[in-house]
Design a protein around this ligand. Sequence first.
Ligand SMILES: [Zn+2]
Length: 249
Amino acid sequence: MLISTDGIVLKVKNLGNDDCVYTILTREKGVITAFSRNRQRISKGMGSALELFTYSNFVLFQSKERYSINTASSNKVFFGIRSDIEKVSLASYLSELLIELAPEEGEDPNEYVRLFLNCLAMLENGKRTVQFIKPLFELRLMALSGYMPDLLGCAGCGESEGKSLCFLPKEGSIVCNDCIGQIHGQLTVQLTPGELAAMRHIIYAPMEKLFSFALPEQALKRLSAITEQYIFCQLEKTFSTLDFYHTLL
Ligand SMILES: [Zn+2]
């Protein structure tokens, strides 16, 4: 059976014997892996359509759970990312997160595609920095994929403003300084009002407004450490692409 779908190439693995396997976030089928032969790729002129982070239209041949790429043509190639090692390393990490968290067949992958495409576009045109995109993507993706933290108010008394609030990465909630005494043996992270406002914006804002907030560079660094810790506490997993990203900074 042939299916046509748009999608973003998340990972390319050369199997060594003329075969390549591609991990693709598609609009129709979520994250899939699909095979293609180098020979076919060259003969059909699919070169750039199968490059990392390219957004392409794929015609796939599906046999049971296996896919092979019949043809591919690029919709958008993010040249401005491919030429910048920091951007490439962040996009690789975001791809690894997507592979870990993106929906399987049967769920709607469109919000995931939209989020990743928007982040790639912002990175490419330099409208937002890697330091801005990283925590935004991490937290928004967690919220999308069933790990939405509750940041509305203190888990103890409901206080939402005014008092100093701490984030609990393991619980995915916040507590105020009055209630924090009841929390024992848990990791707590003190949040500034700006950091809390940014976190709320990232998980609750509609996509059209998602990128419309600002934080000073130091606060973005702290936010990035917080969202990273949240992922680590929730997924109990580390990512090799994230380790590489850190070696660059
Ligand atoms: Zn409280």
